[in-house]
Ligand binder design. Sequence first.
Ligand code: SF4
Ligand code: SF4
Length: 452
Amino acid sequence: MEADFETIIRSVMEACADCDTCRFLMHEDCLFFPELYRLVDQEKEDGKPAGDRQLQKLVALCTLCGLCPCPDIRNDVIRAKAARVRKNGLPLGHRLLADVQRFGRTCGMAPHLMNAALSNSAFKGIAKQVAGIHPARDLPKLPAEDFFSWAKARGLCETRANGEGVAYFAGCTAGYLYPEVARAAVAVLEKNHVRVVVPPQQCCGMPTLVEGDLGTTLKRAQSNLDAMTAVQEMGFEPVSSCPTCGFLMKVLLKEGAYHSEAYQQSIGAGDDEIRIPDNRGAGQFTALKKSTYGNILKDDGLLSALNPLDRIGVSDGFRDIGEYLGRMLDQNKFDDRFRTVAQRMVYYAPCHQREQKIGSPYVRLLALIPGLEMEPVGGAMDCCGMGGSLGYKTEFHETALSLGASIAAKIRDSAPDMVVTDCLSCRLQFQHLLPFPVYHPLEILADAYGQS
Ligand code: SF4
Ligand code: SF4
């Protein structure tokens, strides 16, 4: 039987209270841990346990940014949310906000009508109320044509065997709300003679995962796993311009998969060993005793219900487009014939990009543009605070603003002409907090090629 909400979140509180590391490590960068320690201290002082509402407020503070040190702990926070959703269902507002795909597909059928309706303040007020959106948050305008329709009209959705090039996983936000970002991705790749195809795809599953809707997340992740495995078999490399889709595909999808029986058998591990790939290179492993580590090293990530070998295959082959272009640069295959762009920009590397451990490829690529002054902004622990679509929620709005205050102040101090970041949630948050225009690095590269 699956554990209930309170059992799971209490085990997280106990583990983190015993360890205490994140009391000091995460006190500025995440609102979950300060609240956890506040509740732990309050329980000690009052001699009575925190109530259900307090525990619910606690789990709502985790945005799954991935910055904290223990994947098991953040996974358990999501499992606690999932236990709550299993019992009570997902409130309508949360369901609507977590489903950019459905919103984009439904409203994208008549974008002009939807934009006209949303420009009416009475209608907008009611729509925000139904979806649980804070009144101060602006809604992005729907584009006249979403990226997937554009790609289909250009013949990019036709994949065929023995393909060469990339299979572009655009993600819902670029696909339905900011198609100019996805078109810039195609323009930059094609400028570099990379064939781009756009395979069938669902939302990566991150927004529903953060809400604790594991059922929908798994259905979508399975569908994407099948589609990405199929294009890989045809010879395409899956890539994404969205750091959150990349974090799910490259980090969360693979979590625990190397510990699975199927993987251990596939590499010929002995009966009493667990072999873990190490960083000496392909085919190199560290062997650990199963009798000692078997209870710790398990295939128990959030997406472990899916086939572990497929998860490893897709995760290991998946690339952020910045990473892909950075590799072309290393191989002297990257076209650096840019026009001069005399502007000052700050570049913010979002949490989900940093957690992919791919360095800062866009910093290197943007530095090739003549005249462009570009300064990286934000430290290893800075977070914009938007948490995907969580920042839109009435009850999370203030939290999102306090989380993003530090990075916003750093950007304001730099007073750039524009802000560059690859995360479209960060873009929404910066548009709310700052007076500067915000772009994806691929838009800057496409523009410097004269292709925007
Ligand atoms: S998340 Fe990990 S390191 Fe941080 S307090 Fe909890 S157990 Fe310790
Ligand atoms: S994933 Fe991010 S928000 Fe959640 S507990 Fe870890 S650091 Fe905090």
